[in-house]
Design a protein around this ligand. Sequence first.
Ligand code: DC
Length: 230
Amino acid sequence: MSAPLVVAVDGPSGSGKSSVSKAVATQLGVGYLDTGAMYRALTVHCLHHEVPLGDAEAITAAAEDFPLMIGTDPDAVDVLVGGRNVTEQIRSSEVSSVVSKVATVPAVRELMRRLQREMMDDIAETAGGVVAEGRDITTVVYPDATVRLLVTASEEARLARRSKELHGHAEADAVEATRDQIVRRDAEDSTVSQFTTAADGVITIDTSDLDFDQSVQAVLAAIRSVRPEV
Ligand code: DC
């Protein structure tokens, strides 16, 4: 029997990596881990307990005692913190605009990376495989994954996609309103992880000119180039 399939996917906001990773996990019948959702859930936890987001030590203390439950079935990805369902709240603009403050604390990243690696091993073992996505999965969390992918797209394509998600269209005003959520946030996140160019051995999939189904097929093809039997 071959080792469980571990697929690591990194990429910037709006590249399509979350929806594509989820669909790929569903098609392969394996588990899924959204590591960005973990940073978002920790942000909700900090906001709930009024932890000052400029205080790295206080955020780290909150991360050490963080009652997180996260769905690992790609079709049921509920996120609970202390028993409270925060699945919708973690996607709010309030959380999106401050999550980088939590995700750029080095000690928090240490804790989260260890937890993410353990969770990926657990999911891979119980579900026969895992697709995990984030910013540093291919480089730091799981550099020895079976398949490592960088799912990316031009800034223009990423802005248009996120603008459609948030505002229902990609007219100029909506694109400008979305810029902070994509460009400023990625610039902040880039100070602690490298997700704009592929590290050695990482396969780049540029989805700028691909629709959703084509992106899923491109990722599946890349996985099958390494593991033809899946
Ligand atoms: O992918 P996302 O927008 O849900 O990520 C939320 C935040 O967490 C974003 O600021 C990037 C950060 N993140 C990270 O630093 N490392 C990861 N592995 C995943 C997300």
